[in-house]
Design a protein. Structure first.
Length: 105
């Protein structure tokens, strides 16, 4: 069931949600600074790991034209690779909720 890799990945990412919600309770400027720093760390870590990968982000083929799954196994199926998109979704959702709450008052 190689297609089910995302289930444990997103369960592990969801464990971080209470931390994200706790940061959201802080004042807006402090929360924004923490979110920006967290995103910068995650994106730079992913970039560094991808730069060290000889194939980059592309699927490669061996001499017999079989697809190499090195990129998928080493990077794509890891939770830290998807942390940036998960954080973007959670942070934008919280910002939207804060915005709609402030407009309603």
């Amino acid at each position: 069931m190689g297609w089910a890799w995302f289930l444990p990945c997103y369960v592990q990412l969801t464990i971080m949600l209470p931390l994200i919600l706790a940061i959201n309770r802080l004042p807006v400027k402090l929360a924004g600074t923490i979110y920006a720093a967290l995103m910068l760390i995650v994106l730079s870590t992913n970039g560094f790991l991808l730069m060290r990968n000889p194939t980059g982000i592309f699927l490669t083929f061996d001499d017999n034209y079989f697809m190499s799954y090195a990129f998928l196994n080493d990077f794509f199926m890891k939770p830290q690779f998807h942390l940036a998109s998960y954080l973007w979704g959670a942070i934008l959702c919280l910002l939207f909720l804060r915005y709609t709450r402030d407009i309603g008052n």
